[in-house]
Write a protein that binds this ligand. Structure first.
Ligand code: COA
Length: 155
């Protein structure tokens, strides 16, 4: 059965919490900065909903296999040209473990990109931990290239 994309509804809350837990725990395994998912995902989901973010779900029959979330955003860096400040921000992308490396992320990225384009976005941004190889590969496969690299050092 071909995958379809649909908007999340209030009935999807538990599934979205499970997916957000999947993202947070995947990132926590890659970097010590991340809080345990149980402390933060329900607050985080509330914030996404409050900001009016679009949440799209990839569906295979009765099974949800991933989601992407995005909204319009504006970089407040005055050094940037206006056309580089306004962008569609893809805050979250998740594909169920058993459905990875099939290109589901590409379908989700395409769908959220179209949604944000429809709302006026002319550019897109997305982030990944430097150690998140599958995410970086998925983003590059979609057409993203690096814009800035954030460095961190303990003092
Ligand atoms: C990142 C993620 C969304 C990619 O989803 P996906 O549907 O598997 O993406 P794709 O099918 O396009 O595969 C992406 C690339 O990663 C590769 N890949 C898949 N699993 C991998 C792994 N465990 N290690 C290294 N590379 C991997 C794929 O081969 C593919 O690379 P290629 O196109 O060069 O062959 C998915 O891995 C995921 O949900 N991860 C956990 C959450 C997360 O990190 N989200 C991103 C930050 S919000």
């Amino acid at each position: 059965m071909p995958l379809t994309i649909r908007d999340a509804t209030s009935d999807d809350e538990n599934m979205l919490l499970a997916f957000l837990t999947g993202i947070q725990e995947a990132e926590r395994a890659l970097h010590p900065s991340r809080r345990p998912a149980s402390e933060i995902v329900s607050i985080y989901l509330g914030n996404l909903q409050q900001r009016g973010a679009d949440i799209l779900i990839a569906q295979d029959g009765a099974q949800a296999v991933g989601f992407a979330c995005g909204r319009l955003d504006n970089d407040d860096d005055p050094l940037l040209k206006a056309e580089w400040r306004e962008h569609g921000w893809i805050s979250d992308l998740y594909v169920a473990e058993e459905r990875r490396a099939e290109g589901v992320s590409q379908l989700l990225l395409g769908a959220i990109a179209e949604r944000l384009r429809g709302k006026g976005a002319k550019r897109l941004r997305i982030c990944a931990l430097a150690a998140n190889v599958p995410a970086i590969r998925a983003y590059k496969a979609f057409g993203f290239s690096e814009l800035e690299i954030v460095f961190d050092a303990p003092l």
